[in-house]
Design a protein around this ligand. Structure first.
Ligand SMILES: Nc1ncnc2c1ncn2[C@@H]1O[C@H](COP(=O)(O)OP(=O)(O)OP(=O)(O)O)[C@@H](O)[C@H]1O
Length: 978
């Protein structure tokens, strides 16, 4: 389309230079003195003096697309002029040759493309063009950034977490078990993975199931650290809304509520989610004959939802079967059968040794090689051959070795689905100090417990306490409370109450976390403390409403006026963050080793800065004494996590029964039990260390990789490109910006500001907010925004600058003494676009291509950079700019056509790059599933077919990609200054 100024005639189409927003006008009346135009789309009429009418004739050219007033379109191939009116000739969308008189052009036709705007004089400010182009370039760069999704979260750079997040977050529909030891940051890892999946477009929606007691903590972490749009879906919301999940992008739900509320579960299941996250997954009980209802409900969701993250610090709390059940949920093709899984576990040591040898770059022994050959599929054998071939280069060998290790970890271990880091390998955790307080058991307890000496009486104890005998004997206060209703309350005779009071007196400036197995004990103990010495304790247990639990936790956390102690129940405390406290009082001990580790983990977690004091009061002469000895001397559980605790607990179950009763009914026959348990623990740990742990360690953290991540993320603080970008964006959107220090800005919108860029940003539009580029500062101060390329404000600017037509047509003056006045350049940006197909954006990131043409049509883009050139450019007044375009119209059109040709020639290269990128992601997935299905032809078929289909659809879409003109700038040299 071009612009010309012939004489006026009725029916001609013009636009107003002064009011371009009026759209396409039609001449209604004209005489030698005045001309009248009707702007149909805006319903306005204007009369201008003929001699000075600020009007531009609209004339379309070959290749332009025009819309008829009836809605059909025509691609212009030719134009003729009859009685002063243009008639356009070309093909309509049905391929028919047709004529379209300009009088019939749709008045509402958009003239917002860069060419149309340039030709009709709708010129943007030069800094708007600059922002648009900067945004496109940033989007291209960000889309290919290997750290995408890791930059924005407000988290400390902890290597093992970054490794997992980076490894898993890039996957297509990741399905993994995050099983780091208690308190090492599984919630953070899940948040990082989710953030990456959302930012990269791999996922749009997520459903998060957590224990009710952790809802608030999760909500706070997801908002504060990740700025994610999370919605808490609970009974209140379900009562108030018909479809409580419908507009929740990330729905956070109490697992207990959801799985216990059939209507809500059905509503959740009807939504389409990309990622399911289940925290404390060890609660999903499973056995080969009797999977729990909860397990089956989650399995149903896990089958429907492509991505799945299971979180547990104690994956084996429910034994090997429970562990298998979680792996089966994640990857039924890889873990189809419990028996097969058990057999595989036995072979871990051999696999671990072979993998270790590969990792150490040692040659494999002939037995190891033969063993691998019988077990490996074709793709791995090819890698093995490449590794051993004498002509393989070092780089090829490294890459083959790494791929082979990954395949071995995946196929002969749990490498691909299980991540478990341990304190022992992470390091840097404070010491644990045990303080044991043996007390004489009160007479009342002793008498009571010694009554349970017959099986039928023990059954009564079980019925009363809900706990199997002799474990019921670990909680004498529960039996006493029920059986001795008429006596004084248990807490009047129990010396452990005095112990808590003494500890309070001994550590007046410290916070004490007290954990009891039962909610009733929590309530009664707090009442006892209040009555006996006026101490007000915060309490926290599973029967309290969520809001009260959170209030109690906040009261305990308050440094100024907070409660000196918090009394928690077992279930109530799981997963909570209490690392600001350094004293844990184990009022009783839980009846499972993994629960003990969960308790200690409330304090012994990332962020704990001091030695952790574990206070254990116990009653001599009762099962508590024997159980303490088993945990301390047998398993050595207080000094460090004991991953073999759960299996030894199962192995020694029968002997433990007698052992626990021994203080009541005499010494067991076998009094060297503790030494035997200790020996078994040491042996099992050595075996684990060499076998599964070794495999896990290799798969869960590669320090060389995480170190690179840490360094790169550290470096981003100094990213001048981000600061420059934000400065320009804030200028264009008219937001006031002030330096508070060299890394911190204060942003304040004004009346002129475009506040759309604050959409979904937690920002005070009235008062303004500050933001910092420094991670350490953002971690220390929640009130500061953490400014990164991934902050919602930056993302909104990137969107706003590229999704409207603002900034897509501009004219600028080039002040460069070396160029003669009037030299004209055209700077054109093109975007690669393809038909919308599922998953496309992953392989076809926003790609922008720049051309800079001189008057002879030479492309100078490679020689003259965008930013360098922009620095030499100055704005021109709008009127002058329009005249300039008018004057050089033919040349501009010709150069734009040439740019189109260059873009066309570039297209195949761009498509090929996108295809290569797509294959680099999909092909290894396909190869893995093919290898798995070689081991068992029934496995993975569905997923494999789906991947093949996706690859085909994406190939097709990419083959139809186009380079579309996105923005144009006409540059004219002003010549040497006088
Ligand atoms: N990278 C990090 N930056 C800042 N804080 C962190 C980071 N990682 C973990 N934390 C903090 O450490 C604590 C433990 O993290 P998190 O709750 O994720 O651990 P977890 O492994 O899920 O614990 P649990 O086993 O008890 O469920 C939390 O207070 C968390 O905010």
């Amino acid at each position: 389309m071009s612009r010309n100024t012939p004489s006026f005639a009725l029916g001609q189409r013009w636009i107003s230079d002064a009011e371009v927003e009026l759209g396409l006008g039609t001449i209604l009346q004209c005489d030698p003195r005045s001309v009248t135009l009707l702007f149909l789309s805006s319903g306005e009429t204007r009369v201008y003096a003929t001699s000075s009418a600020p009007l531009t004739r609209v004339m379309f050219s070959e290749g332009d697309q025009i819309t008829h007033q009836d809605g059909w379109t025509l691609k212009v191939e030719d134009t003729k002029e009859v009685d002063g009116l243009f008639i356009y000739l070309g093909e309509n969308s049905l391929g028919e040759w047709i004529e379209l008189p300009e009088t019939q052009i749709d008045a509402a036709m958009q003239l917002q493309g860069p060419r149309e705007k340039l030709m009709t004089g709708q010129l943007d400010r030069n800094n708007e063009f600059y922002l648009r182009a900067l945004s496109r370039q940033a989007q291209t760069r960000l889309a290919q950034d290997p750290l995408r999704g890791l930059r924005g979260p407000r988290v400390g750079l902890i290597p093992h977490q970054l490794y997992i997040a980076h490894e898993v977050g890039r996957r297509l529909a990741p399905r993994v078990l995050l099983a780091d030891e208690v308190g090492l940051g599984k919630t953070i890892e899940a948040g990082l993975i989710l953030h990456q999946q959302l930012i990269t477009g791999r996922a749009q929606r997520a459903l998060i199931l957590v224990p009710g007691s952790l809802c608030h903590q999760w909500l706070v972490e997801l908002l504060r650290r990740f700025g994610l749009p999370v919605t808490l879906v609970d009974a209140d919301r379900a009562a108030a809304t018909e479809a409580p999940f419908a507009d929740a992008q990330i729905a956070l739900v109490s697992r207990h509520w959801l799985l216990g509320t059939p209507a809500a579960l059905e509503q959740a299941a009807q939504e389409s989610w990309d990622l399911l996250i289940v925290d404390e997954a060890h609660h999903l009980h499973w056995s080969p004959d009797a999977p729990s209802a909860e397990y089956q409900q989650v399995a149903q969701l896990a089958q429907q939802i492509p991505g799945l993250l299971l979180l547990t610090a104690t994956p084996e709390q429910a034994g090997q079967a429970g562990f298998f059940a979680q792996l089966h949920l994640l990857d039924p093709a890889r873990y189809p059968d419990f028996e097969q899984f058990q057999q595989e576990e036995e072979g871990y040591r051999a696999s671990a040794e072979a993998i270790q040898r590969l990792a150490d770059q040692q040659p494999l022994s002939s037995t190891e090689r033969a063993d691998l050959e019988t077990r490996l599929a074709a793709d791995s054998l090819a890698l093995l051959a490449l590794l051993e071939h004498p002509e393989t280069s070092d780089a090829q060998r490294d890459s083959a070795r790494q791929q082979l290790i990954e395949q071995l970890l995946d196929r002969y271990g749990t490498g691909r689905v299980l991540f478990r880091n341990r304190r022992a390998s992470v390091g840097g955790f404070p010491e644990r100090l045990l303080h044991a307080y043996p007390y004489e058991a009160p007479e009342g307890y002793q008498q009571l417990l010694s009554q349970y000496d017959q099986p039928h009486k023990q059954m009564m104890a079980e019925a009363l306490s809900g706990q199997a005998w002799p474990y019921a004997g670990l909680y004498p206060e529960r039996l006493y409370a029920v059986q001795q209703r008429d006596a004084a309350p248990w807490w009047e005779i129990d010396p452990r109450v005095t112990c808590v009071l003494e500890l309070l007196a001994q550590y007046p400036d410290d916070k004490l976390l007290v954990i009891c197995a039962h909610a009733d004990t929590v309530l009664e103990l707090s009442e006892a403390l209040r009555r006996q010495s006026g101490v007000l304790a915060a309490v926290f247990h599973e029967d309290m409403p969520l809001i009260e639990r959170d209030r109690a936790a906040a009261w305990f956390a308050d440094e100024e006026d907070g409660a000196p102690l918090l009394i928690c129940s077992e279930i109530g405390s799981e997963g909570r963050n209490f690392q600001f406290a350094h004293h844990l009082v184990l009022f009783d001990l839980p009846a499972h080793p993994d629960l003990l580790e969960q308790r200690i983990g409330r304090l012994d977690r990332i962020g704990q800065s001091q030695t952790i004091h574990l206070h254990v009061p116990y009653l001599s002469g009762t099962p508590q004494e024997a159980w303490f000895a088993w945990c301390h001397q047998g398993l050595d559980q207080f000094s460090a996590p004991r991953p073999v605790g759960a299996s030894l607990f199962a192995d020694f179950q029968d002997e433990l029964q007698t052992w626990l009763e021994s203080p009541l009914f005499g010494a067991p026959d076998d009094d060297d039990l503790l030494q035997r348990v200790e020996a078994a623990r040491v042996a099992a740990e050595i075996e684990l260390e060499a076998g599964r742990h070794r495999l896990l360690e290799l798969a869960s953290h590669r320090p060389a990789v995480s170190q690179e991540l840490v360094t790169a993320l550290d470096d981003q603080e100094m990213d001048q490109a981000l600061r420059h970008y934000l400065e320009i964006a804030l200028d264009v959107y008219r937001v006031h910006n002030e330096d508070l220090d060299s890394h911190t800005w204060y942003l304040k919108p004004g009346r002129e500001s475009d506040t759309g860029i604050f959409h979904d940003v937690h920002f005070d539009l009235e008062e303004g907010n500050s933001g910092t580029f420094l991670r350490s500062k953002a971690l220390a101060r929640d009130d500061l925004h953490f400014l990164t390329w991934e902050h919602p404000l930056t993302r909104n600017c990137l969107d706003a600058a590229t999704t409207t037509s603002q900034g897509n047509a501009a004219v600028a003056l080039l002040k460069n003494p070396a160029l003669p006045a009037g030299t004209l350049l055209i700077e054109a940006f093109y975007c690669l676009e393809a038909p919308k197909t599922e998953g496309l954006e992953r392989y076809l990131p926003p790609q922008s291509v720049r051309f800079l043409l001189d008057a002879q049509g030479n492309d100078l883009a490679a020689k003259v950079g965008f930013k360098g050139l922009s620095r030499q450019l100055f704005r021109l007044k709008k009127g002058m700019a329009r005249d300039l375009v008018k004057l050089r119209l033919d040349l501009i059109r010709q150069l734009l056509d040439q740019a189109d040709q260059l873009a066309l020639a570039r297209l195949p290269t761009e498509i090929e790059t996108a295809q290569t990128r797509m294959r680099a992601v999909l092909d290894p997935e396909v190869a893995r599933l093919e290898a798995l299905s070689q081991l068992d032809p029934h496995l993975a078929r569905g997923e494999l077919d789906w991947l093949h289909q996706q690859r085909q659809q994406l190939d097709q879409a990419l083959n139809h990609a186009l380079l579309r003109l996105d923005a144009v700038r006409v540059i004219v040299a002003s010549g040497p200054a006088d």
